[in-house]
Design a binder for this molecule. Structure first.
Ligand code: UN1
Length: 542
């Protein structure tokens, strides 16, 4: 089998529009390009242009996943003993290569998942930022020296890697999120098996090749393609077989709970970044035009397919009508279309057919709940298209923007995440009610408030139960050096990004060094310091 760096990208015969290349994709196991052992493959389709097939990728079997895990296991001793600053240097090289190839990767990502070029640019930048941050963390993988209670004895702490990490991410952030996971993982000395999202295998393949071009030794990151119910499940099942020391997962709450159970019964560490029903509160003192911009972007950026997208828009009753009017004025003319062919689009296609099907089911839930619809007709067709739609609707999978009002706490659509361009609007009678509503869903990922009352902002920040809060900002917009993650149904409390993620990929090793040449017993052989005889009679004060 060819080494990952031995060839360029292998093109296949394609009937793509504009002759877009169709690529033969491979798994990368121990630095070698490999097909699935069954010979089976699946295709990656451009959701904004369904005739455009990006390539064919191995439908990995259980044996392929186990081979990748074995490769990660055997490369662990040498990688974990490579000095952390050297590991950091390789990560820095990855960042520099991403910068060099940024424009091509941005276009490839937009082509594979239909996200706008602008957003894809932001995302590749987030992957670059992550590399540059962790390049230096390789020089800062500090432990501590700790004083002993006994003489001639020293105590130390060291960060140790966990071992083999299984990485599973969703296709909505197909470059930033795997980098959030794998970069700190390898910086800490772990090795990885990365199951690429089934809807972004080509981008994952290109990113993994960049990792190898950066000087990564064979077997440190192993890439396997396939479906969630196939390769993804085999990777999780391998936890029960003792082949995995860590799973890091970004995706839905039900799948996250299943993974958490498997990891829990094996006492294996799990990082779980799950769904959200992110609330955004608008108070009367807010700058309403600014708030409209934030709510609109939070609701419809990435076609609402971020885990940090706006869920419940909670509006104070005093400005409710004015705000909804301004908001709807914007929503009605939302520019929607393929950003590779039309400029200025706010959002593009759904990530894939599967996301479209789930979104349509969620719309039915809103309708069954009796929420009142202000705009939205499901899938965009050439006969029924919003005024801002550009192009031929039959070419891709596009959805109308949807806004529902009169949503109340007793409705399912108040509580459940809707992954797509839909916002549910709730009316609040005062600040306390707004805060109550913001906390009433089962999730706790992101949250936001627009207010110019500092006390209200303070009370929101301290009263909300969420991993992230924006003040006079939208619910989205994580940065590579700030902790990312949620509470309640949004995760298990682990964090991605910044120095906080290091906790998720290392354990603390406490070492004591007894220099006295004899056995000294902690707590028992410690010199006691007596309390001096009290001069004062405290009982006379009572
Ligand atoms: C996700 O949706 O899984 O803050 C990640 C944001 C992005 C990351 C979202 N930078 O919305």
């Amino acid at each position: 089998m060819a080494h990952v760096l031995a060839t360029g990208f292998e093109k296949m015969e394609s009937k793509n529009p504009n002759d877009n290349p169709k690529i033969k994709g491979y798994n990368i196991i121990n630095g070698k390009l490999k097909l699935a052992s069954s010979g089976e493959s699946f295709e990656s389709i451009n959701p904004a242009w369904l005739d455009d097939c990006l390539g064919e990728f191995p439908l990995s079997t259980k044996a392929d996943v186990h081979e990748a895990l074995a490769a990660a296991r055997s490369s662990f001793p040498s990688w974990s003993s490579t000095p952390a600053p050297t590991r950091g240097q390789i990560i820095g090289n990855m960042g520099r290569l991403l910068m060099e190839h940024k424009d091509d990767l941005v276009r490839l990502q937009a082509r594979e998942i239909g996200k706008t070029l602008k957003e894809c640019g932001g995302e590749i930048q987030e992957a670059i930022d992550t590399c540059l941050f962790f390049q230096s963390e390789g020089r800062r993988l500090y432990g501590q020296t700790v004083n002993s209670e006994l003489p001639d004895k020293e105590l130390f702490t060291y960060r140790r890697p966990l071992g083999v990490c299984g990485i599973i991410n969703a296709c909505n952030f197909p470059s930033a999120v795997p980098f959030w996971k794998m970069i700190p993982a390898i910086m800490c000395g772990n090795t990885c098996v990365w199951k690429s999202p089934q809807d972004s295998p080509l981008l994952s393949f290109a990113l993994a090749r960049i990792m190898y071009e950066s000087g990564l030794p064979d077997g440190v990151i192993n890439l396997i393609h396939g479906k969630g119910s196939g390769a993804g499940q085999y990777l999780v099942d391998a936890v029960d077989l003792g082949m995995v020391d860590k799973i890091s997962f970004t995706g839905s709450t039900p799948v996250g709970k299943m993974i958490g159970e498997v990891c829990g019964r094996n006492l294996v560490s799990a990082s779980l970044e799950l769904g959200g029903k992110n609330p955004l509160v608008i108070m009367p003192s807010a700058n309403l035009d600014n708030a409209v911009e934030g709510a609109y972007w939070a609701g419809f950026g990435t076609a609402g397919q971020r885990c940090t997208s706006l869920g419940n828009l909670i509006i104070h009753e005093d400005i409710y009508d004015e705000f909804v009017d301004k908001f709807m004025n914007k929503v009605i003319s939302t520019p929607i279309g393929d950003s590779m062919r039309h400029d200025g689009m706010i959002y593009g296609s759904m990530l894939s057919e599967k996301y479209a099907i789930d979104f349509l089911k969620a719309l039915k839930m809103c309708e069954d709940d009796g929420a009142k619809k202000l705009i939205g007709s499901g899938r965009i067709t050439n006969d029924l298209r919003p005024e801002g739609f550009q192009g031929d609707a039959n070419e891709g999978i596009y959805m109308w923007p949807h806004v529902y009002v009169d949503v109340t706490e007793d409705m399912k659509c108040f509580h459940e995440e809707i992954f797509g361009p839909a916002v549910t609007i709730v009316k609040a009678s005062d600040f306390e009610h707004a805060l109550h509503l913001a906390n009433a869903s089962p999730y706790g990922l992101s949250s936001a408030i627009y207010t110019n009352d500092r006390l209200e902002a303070y009370r929101y920040k301290t009263g909300i139960k969420a991993g992230m809060t924006g003040i006079n900002n939208s619910t989205t917009g994580a940065e590579a050096h700030l902790p990312f993650g949620g509470v309640k149904g949004s995760g298990n409390g682990t964090r991605e990004s910044g120095i906080w993620v290091i906790e998720a990929y290392s354990y603390w090793h406490a070492v004591n060094d007894e220099l006295s040449g004899k056995l000294q017993l902690a707590q028992m052989d410690v010199d006691e310091v007596d309390i001096e005889e009290a001069e004062a009679d405290y009982s006379s004060l009572a």
